[in-house]
Design a protein around this ligand. Structure first.
Ligand code: 0A1
Ligand code: ZN
Length: 868
């Protein structure tokens, strides 16, 4: 039994490397049962070098074979399960020496999907954050950047394709049916960006010309039967390349850029230099099998990984505490790209609303829970647990605030300086901030608090209008609740876009900088009491405490010129009424009706405006959550909108059809979104009347968005015909893994329906289904995570049955794949927020998992912090 305390890593304990690597040669003979890895490395002293210092290499789950230094066998070393320590180096390590190591790994046994593994008979790697040490002994840290030359060998019949980073140097036939390929990456890189892929794959390719006139080869590699689903990813890649040239002056630096799809993958995708590896979910799309959301996600993930080529690869992170340096920045870049791809101002606003909704649904709870951490964390036990919505999405909001403060041009100046100073280096978030400050001659000292402090700041708004003096007074007070290890917070620099709205409609938008705990502003010559529109376009990632009257909120909902705040006003009204257990009143219903009938408004915006705040966001507004009560109140509210606007929904359903060939662009997908919300509302209002229309849509649909929406509406509302659709859908798409994931996920995320068996009973049956595979992360997530994290009303049962299922699932997944298990473990993060009996039941489930003596460090950290 392991009794040692979990090991913590601390940001302030960073030391530069003692040794570093120059040139790395890898020779890898691929065999699923026994892959032989030979490395030949030029080692030189690093920044912390002292003569005589040992060279300590990380290595995990490797079979050590041999070690040579400068061509001679070397005996002065020690091996532990985690490290290879080499002593008595030539000339005390002061001169460059050549290290040669041979070791063996077993890809077919690797279910963690970190390091080298096999998926559907093909070989793939995943090295971020610390997977390279499962391939060979190495200085597996991002501040050791080396040049790689890689030779892959394999049996040609099983692995006709051999890929690695960079440019292909040569290919050779070898004896006994083996062959080899040698790749060279001209750019120094950290080990986490290494990749290899080998197997039976095929590609589509395109040649493009970049801004400097260079020709580049683009390839997308997939299993042969998926080739027909790669067009959208290729178009997205080409669009991303052009966008980065135009917006940031950044050009593709390699002759060849490859994307490979794999169906067993822990995350979305990975930005390995020149050889991005993707979860199939974020590559493969055809109208018949992928929804509009899938198309949009593919576009943004392809862009995200491509953008990493500069923000992450050319300039990388000094250490893993700096993860947001590359992730926050790259999410910001992909969000801006997707916004531009929407093709209109209203499209940009729609994208902004979607991003903020996600932030509030997922990141706000994280920032208020036991795993709360600053975007640049100070401590971790397992770095894999820190690929979080805080590091990514809040990180992106922080980058966006630079742009808000400095303007687009100022932000671009900062980016230019960042690359000028740091190209080819491993740097820190402080370096990024300094580049932004120096390029613009600005003091951003206080802005640093966004990097060091966790928690979502609250800004209290108080206003007063003085009709006699025609003055408007605004007082803002900021605060931030304690988070783990941070009882007290310093004030943040909060950029707040605001506008005073009056009938004359003549006051401009302004940017207020809230830097003090409390600050006041006076506005003169304000002819009448204005309506305040503040934090426009969500200029800062904060909670607003503003007791704005319902009348003012209704006025913003009907006419704020900032579409984000227009949406926000509606969300706030709905939220307040749901939390007070009220149904929408006549005034709100009227506002909804006007909005839906407004011919000027984008259908995608209408869909967002009529979608209620998520349960997880509603929880965050309560001091003691009764999940069943919130579900019931929210559902009743929705049903009322559905019923009272039934005629409008029926009309919208007809008006927003998209005849003609399928297009996944913003316009058509916006119309489909509104039409399918209308369909769902009609079933909410009266499943008996409207089910036949949904069944018809299901049957005649020529695209997955419409087919799935009809299917989901039937299942979610427990309508007649739902079961036939379930059977039909499964047999229609039995050979398409990604579509079958949808089939599983829909059933697992179905909220409770009167008269139907509990979703948990369904989920337990699904887990026994022949097509269920716990080892495949997408499939496991489609059943287990879908239930535990996306189906609150079914999950939170007073008898604790949902939590017991969660505990069993965490314990079953952990020995197979700790990363996937640890994500699932997070589903109980907010247990302290819940009322009884939920809270005690959750605690008991957490304790049951904690009692397992063989937990991975990943799950141990999450559970330990939840209970701590
Ligand atoms: N850097 C990737 C995310 C990523 C992180 C860890 C992984 O290992 C399991 C895989 C991918 C990105 O931001 O897209
Ligand atoms: Zn990323």
């Amino acid at each position: 039994m392991k009794t040692d305390l979990p090991q913590s890593f601390r940001r302030l304990e960073y030391r530069p490397p003692v040794y570093t690597f120059d040139q790395v040669e890898l020779d890898i003979a691929l065999d699923p049962a026994r892959t032989i890895v030979k490395s030949k490395i030029e080692v030189i002293p690093g920044k912390s070098f002292e003569p005589g210092a040992p060279l300590v290499l990380a290595g995990q789950e490797l079979e050590f074979v041999s070690l040579r230094i400068n061509g001679e066998a070397h005996r002065h070393f020690e091996l532990t399960p985690e490290a290879l320590t080499i002593r008595s180096l030539p000339n005390e390590g002061k001169d460059q020496f050549v290290l040669e190591i041979i070791c063996i790994c077993v890809p077919e046994k690797n279910t963690t999907l970190m390091g080298l593994y096999v998926s559907n008979g093909n070989f793939f790697t995943q090295c971020e954050a610390e997977g390279f040490r499962k391939i060979t002994y190495f200085l597996d840290r991002p501040d050791v950047m080396a040049r790689y030359r890689v030779t892959l060998q394999a049996r040609e019949a099983e692995c006709p394709v051999l890929l690695s980073n960079g440019n292909l140097l040569k290919e050779e036939k070898l004896p006994n049916g083996w062959h080899s390929a040698t790749w060279e990456d001209p750019f120094p890189k950290p080990s986490y960006l290494f990749a290899l892929v080998a197997g039976k794959l095929e590609c589509i390719e395109e040649t493009i010309t970049t801004s400097s006139g260079a020709k580049k080869l683009l390839q997308i590699w997939v299993e042969p039967h998926d080739l027909k689903k790669t067009r959208h990813a290729m178009d997205s890649l080409i669009a991303s390349i052009h966008w980065d040239e135009k917006r940031f002056g950044l050009e593709l630096d390699l002759e060849r850029f490859m994307i490979v799809a794999v169906s067993d993958f822990n995350m979305g995708a990975m930005e390995n230099k020149g050889l991005n590896i993707f979860n199939t979910k974020f590559v493969l799309a055809q109208p018949e099998t992928a929804t509009d959301a899938d198309f949009a996600n593919i576009e943004s993930v392809v862009a995200h990984e491509y953008f990493h080529n500069w923000t992450g690869n050319r300039v990388t992170c000094q250490d893993w505490f700096q993860l947001s340096l590359k992730e926050g920045l790259t999410v910001f870049r992909d969000q801006e790209f997707s916004a531009d791809q929407m093709g209109s101002e209203s499209g940009r606003a729609v994208k902004r609303i979607e991003d903020v909704r996600l932030l509030r649904q997922l990141q706000f709870p994280e920032d208020a829970g036991p795993m709360a951490h600053p975007i640049r964390p100070d401590e971790y036990q397992e770095i894999n647990n820190f690929y979080t919505v805080t590091v990514y999405e809040k990180g992106s909001e922080v980058v966006r605030m630079y742009q808000t403060l400095l303007g687009r041009d100022g932000f671009r100046k900062g980016m230019d300086l960042y690359f000028k100073l740091h190209d080819g280096q491993a740097v820190t978030c402080d370096d990024f901030l300094a580049a932004m400050a120096d390029a613009n001659g600005k003091d951003l000292t206080q802005f640093r608090n966004w990097y060091s402090q966790a928690g979502t700041p609250r800004v209290k708004v108080e206003e007063m209008y003085d009709p006699a003096k025609k003055q408007y007074h605004l007082m803002l007070t900021q605060s931030c609740a304690p988070t783990p290890a941070q009882p007290e917070k310093k004030p943040f620099h909060i950029p707040l876009k605001m506008r005073l709205i009056t009938s004359a409609n003549d006051l401009p938008e302004q940017l207020l900088g809230l830097t003090e705990p409390t600050q006041s502003w006076t506005f003169d010559n304000i002819a009448e009491r204005p309506v305040l529109s503040i934090n426009r376009n969500f200029s800062a990632p904060i909670h607003l405490d503003f007791e704005q009257s319902e009348a003012d909120l209704l006025s913003l909902l009907s006419s704020d010129d900032d579409p984000f705040n227009r949406w926000e006003a509606g969300q706030k009204l709905a939220m307040q009424m749901i939390l007070n257990n009220r149904l929408p009143d006549a005034a709100l219903m009227n506002a909804y009706r006007n909005l839906l009938l407004d011919p000027e408004l984008d259908p995608a915006f209408k869909e967002l405006a009529l979608t209620l705040p998520a349960e997880s966001y509603l929880y965050e507004q309560c001091s003691s959550v009764d999940p069943q009560q919130i579900f019931t109140a929210r559902r009743a509210f929705r049903r009322e909108i559905a019923k009272q606007l039934q005629l409008e929904w029926a009309a919208l359903y007809q008006q927003n059809q998209t005849p003609g060939p399928f297009k996944s662009d913003a316009q058509d997908s916006g119309k489909r979104a509104l039409k399918n919300l209308a369909l769902s509302m009609l079933l909410e209002a009266d499943p008996k009347i409207w089910a036949p229309m949904a069944i018809n849509q299901y049957q005649i649909a020529d695209n997955m968005t419409d087919r799935y929406a009809a299917f989901a509406a039937l299942v979610i509302h427990g309508a007649k015909g739902a079961n036939d659709c379930l059977n039909d859908f499964f047999s229609r798409f039995a050979n398409d893994t990604l579509v079958i994931d949808k089939w599983f996920a829909l059933q697992s995320s179905r909220p409770p329906v009167d008269g139907l068996e509990s979703t948990l009973a369904d989920v337990k049956r699904l887990r026994e289904h022949p097509a269920f595979k716990l080892n495949n992360p997408n499939r496991a997530r489609s059943v287990i995570h879908a239930f535990c994290a996306n189906n609150p009303a079914s999950f939170h049962q007073a008898d604790g049955s949902g939590y017991a299922f969660w505990a069993e699932s965490v314990l079953a997944l952990d020995p197979i794949n700790p990363q996937v298990a640890a994500r699932l473990a997070r589903a109980l993060d907010r247990w302290r927020l819940f009322a009884q009996p939920y809270q005690s039941q959750m605690k008991a489930a957490l304790e049951r998992v904690a009692a397992c003596p063989t937990l991975s460090p990943d799950v141990r950290e999450v559970i330990g912090k939840a209970l701590g």
